[in-house]
Design a protein around this ligand. Structure first.
Ligand code: ADP
Ligand code: GLC
Length: 489
């Protein structure tokens, strides 16, 4: 089974969010199962630093008046193919300028990535390697399946995973000719979207199978509230989006073996106490505060619902709680959190920015991690939190609903609760959930029990990777069927 992953980010070389964690971990899990999985991604500076001198395995045709070469390198257990095309990718911001504006040539940059993937799927690499399946991720790779269809390539199947349908890659209609998108597809059934072109829609229309990152989000996507205008497109497909829950990389995120934190296990938690003390020091929080320490590690966007948290903050602090926040994004939210930090110095600590090691320390040292998202396709932070014994407080939506066992009466009496859930978008519901966190926190035995449950909850990639392998097998069988059983390629 040869699978070409195509994505715009990948841990450990380029990350803005959970997409990178998934693309850095799932192919590794697949390789351990014998799948020949390779990852094609843009040659950003961080990627070229690792792959810049690696073997050249392919040269592109015309990539929108640019040329690219692929360099193949073994990076952190991944078989990485870096698209070396400095005019498009030699920039620090993956998607945006330093001022936070989208790069104006984003449609070309990601069409180039998609086009390179489609050419490889058609012609193979220099050594003859050609994928059976192209597994694309999010809007940046939506055009792969469109190009393959437009060029009439067969012998390769396409799978698109939606990580977040609210980002679609919508651009002005006139670009379709420059991007080599067939005119016949500029219709409501094709890639046209309210008079513009939509990369994700192209992917949904042309891919053989579509998956998304949790079962609950797969159903939510079909409603106007969560479908962001594409719910009808999903409904028109022969098969609905299949929900497969993400896992996390349990080797990179292991409290018993993590260079960024004092280590601990569910039996010996003293390292966790050191991590908490460390965290309080780093954020100048008064160690005498009696209540739980809440943590946030998040992109600061509307999606994440953190404005609700600001709304309940005074109550949380009055009750003796404290809060540490690490995040960046929306300038307004950044400012609001900075202000909260200075208004409540000693009980609220805020770092605006991106810091991988500090993120690990927050999961390891906080008592609870807040994820009050309005929608959340899967969410990884609640899983990192559980693995590190920080109880997640999550909105009951998408993957948050599928990964956290709420401390309701039934779960508590069965002894299986791993966190706290509340109705999304409601400040009152969040406030009630926080009150419950305080109540459980004051019963040390119960809190410890929930921590142990959370730390033992299965969050690895083994199960999900098997489900992807089943889908790949199904796609390959269908592709063989199309070609008849003599099936030469
Ligand atoms: P999303 O992909 O929507 O941002 P996820 O929960 O799937 O949400 O993944 C977020 C990932 O990004 C996690 O690995 C989280 O630890 C990380 N992350 C988010 N913000 C920061 C930050 N400011 N610094 C370090 N890591 C961050
Ligand atoms: C997206 C989603 C997040 C998900 C991640 C990885 O960024 O917002 O919920 O966990 O992709 O699939």
């Amino acid at each position: 089974m040869r699978v070409l992953f195509v994505a715009s980010e990948c841990v450990p070389v380029a990350k803005t969010g959970g997409l990178a964690d998934v693309v850095g971990a799932l192919p590794k899990a697949l390789r351990a199962m014998g799948v020949d999985a390779r990852v094609l991604m843009p040659g950003y500076p961080g990627v070229m630093a690792r792959a810049g001198t690696a073997e050249e395995v392919w040269r592109s045709g015309d990539l929108f008046s640019r040329r690219g070469v692929l360099r193949r390198a073994d990076v952190a257990g991944l078989d990485l193919l870096a698209l070396d095309c400095p005019e498009f990718f030699d920039r620090e911001g993956l998607y945006v300028t330093e001022a936070g504006e989208d790069w104006p040539d984003n449609p070309f940059r990601f069409a180039a990535l998609s086009r390179a993937a489609a050419e490889i799927a058609r012609d193979g690499l220099a050594d003859g390697w050609r994928p059976d399946i192209v597994h694309a991720h999010d809007w940046q790779t939506g055009l792969v399946a469109l190009y393959l269809d437009a060029w009439g390539v067969d012998g390769v199947a396409t799978l698109l995973t939606i990580h977040n349908i609210s980002y679609q890659g919508v651009f002005e209609a006139g670009l379709r000719r420059d991007l080599g998108m067939p005119e016949s597809g500029f219709t409501a059934e094709g890639y046209e979207f309210y008079g513009r072109v939509n990369f994700l829609k192209a992917g949904l229309v042309h891919s053989d199978l579509v998956t998304t990152v949790s079962p609950t989000y797969a159903r939510e996507l079909e409603s106007p509230e969560f479908g962001w205008g594409l719910e009808g497109v999903l409904a028109a497909r022969p098969e609905r989006a299949i929900g497969i829950l993400n896992g996390i990389d349990t080797a990179a995120w292991d409290p018993a073996n993590d260079p960024a934190v004092p280590t601990f296990t569910s039996r010996t938690m003293s390292g966790r106490n050191s991590a908490r003390a460390d965290l309080l020091r780093r954020f100048s929080i008064d160690a005498g505060r009696p209540g739980p320490l809440f943590g946030v590690v998040s992109r600061l966007t509307d999606q994440k619902g953190l404005d609700l948290l600001l709304g309940v903050l005074p109550d949380m602090l009055r009750a003796g709680g404290s809060l540490v926040v690490l995040g960046s994004g929306d300038r307004r939210l950044e400012q609001a959190f900075r202000t909260a930090g200075s208004d409540h110095a000693g009980s609220v600590g805020v770092r605006i920015g991106y810091d991988e090691d500090l993120a690990h320390l927050i999961y390891a040292g906080s008592d609870a991690i807040m994820v009050p998202s309005r929608f959340e396709p899967c969410g990884l932070t609640q899983m990192y939190a559980m693995r590190y014994g920080a109880l997640p407080v999550v909105a009951r939506t998408g993957g948050l609903a599928d990964t956290v066992i709420d401390a309701n009466a039934a779960a508590l009496s069965a002894g299986v609760a791993t966190g706290f859930q509340f109705e999304p978008g409601s400040r009152e519901a969040l406030s009630n959930a926080i009150a419950k966190v305080f109540a459980v926190y004051s019963e040390r035995g119960l809190w410890r029990k929930m921590q142990r449950n959370a730390m033992k909850h299965p969050v690895g990639w083994e199960g999900p990777a098997e489900r992807y392998v089943d889908l790949y097998a199904r796609l390959m069988a269908a592709e063989t069927g199309k070609r008849g059983f003599s099936g030469t390629r």
